[in-house]
Design a protein around this ligand. Structure first.
Ligand code: SAM
Length: 313
């Protein structure tokens, strides 16, 4: 069977009619548009995003030079306002003035979705508090891109973003997550990838599944899946594997068998403060284990404690 590019790509006619759908939606004035941009491949931008970036009066950018270069690739030129982590609150006041003057303003970050480990969230708060509309335009995010190819074991997940860079703070941040039942998703930069993967193995043990999603949508894209024990070895085997941008996904703690003694310490602490029923409810919320089983175990523990207290009287 042969195929030609005209068979496999959308025709210019269908692309232009889809573009009309983007144009037909309402884009009110005096509104902030939060626009996702690509995380690597510049083709990963939506037609609506292009339409809105072409329509707005100005664009807030994390780095105006980067965004200027990106916009030039789409043939768009707009006044740019720098809104980054060091000036987000003050810059928000300027943006509010533009909105008061009836402008449409877009907000983009360097890559992906603003507000996800990127500036944007404080701007959104300030704009909404000032009484203006905020409209999101969905698109690429490294988080969703990695999860979309991870598999069923990440069906519930918690996104943590970047861990603290210092070893002690990182270990403290990981420690309470050791019993968390959801898959955990982290962002990491190349210069810390090796120590972070090792820290995950130290905190959660060797057996859990690990996905390393590297350079998503780019030339050297790689999705590697193994265990936390294997992660450092895989990275060490080739220095190129330590380069680029990373999303790490770690399997959540497995549900403990009913009545498992691993929850005893938690139940005992809670039982010092609250009745059995509340202790079971709180422990179930914290661990994801069965509330009934925890209730039964909490009753046993309370009985044991009371017997011991009586014996000491
Ligand atoms: N707002 C962005 C988003 O929606 O994903 C994230 C910005 S955050 C400052 C940058 C981090 O996102 C990188 O250090 C990396 O952990 C992750 N990241 C961004 N692009 C990536 C890519 N192409 N492949 C893998 N991870 C990426």
């Amino acid at each position: 069977m042969t195929s030609s590019s005209s068979n496999s790509s959308p025709s210019s006619h269908s692309a232009s009619s889809v573009f009309e759908l983007a144009q037909n939606q309402q884009y009110p004035a005096a509104t902030l548009y939060v626009v996702a941009t690509p995380i690597g491949n510049v083709a990963d931008i939506s037609l609506r995003a292009l339409h809105v970036l072409g329509l707005v009066d100005r664009i807030c950018a994390e780095d105006t030079r980067n965004t200027g270069t990106l916009l030039a690739r789409y043939g768009i030129s707009k006044p740019l306002v720098a809104v980054h982590e060091h000036n987000e609150r003050e810059a928000a006041q300027r943006v509010i003035d533009f909105l008061r003057a009836g402008e449409r303003v877009a907000c983009v970050s360097d890559a992906g979705t603003p507000g996800i480990s990127d500036p944007g969230a404080k701007l959104v708060d300030a704009v909404r508090d000032a009484g203006f509309n905020v409209v999101p335009l969905p698109g690429a995010s490294a988080l969703a891109t990695a999860l979309s190819a991870a598999g069923d074991w990440v069906s519930t997940f918690t996104f943590l973003g970047f861990l603290p860079p210092k070893a002690k703070q990182r270990a403290s941040a990981l420690q309470p997550l050791a019993t968390h039942a959801h898959a955990l998703v982290f962002y990491e930069a190349p210069h810390r990838i090796v120590e972070t993967v090792q820290a995950l193995a130290d905190a959660f043990g060797p057996a859990r599944r690990l996905l390393i999603a590297r350079e998503l949508t780019k030339l050297h894209e790689a999705l590697w899946r193994g265990t936390l024990a294997e992660g450092p070895t895989w990275l060490a085997a080739d220095a190129n594997r330590q380069r680029g941008e990373f999303v790490l996904v770690v399997e959540g703690a497995s549900a403990q068998p009913d009545g498992d003694a691993d929850h005893d310490a938690l139940l005992r602490t809670l039982l010092q403060e609250v009745p059995v029923k509340s202790a079971a409810k709180l422990a179930a919320a914290l661990t994801g284990a069965s509330r009934n089983a925890l209730y039964a175990r909490a009753l046993e523990l309370k009985g044991e404690d009371e017997d011991r207290d009586n014996a000491q009287d």
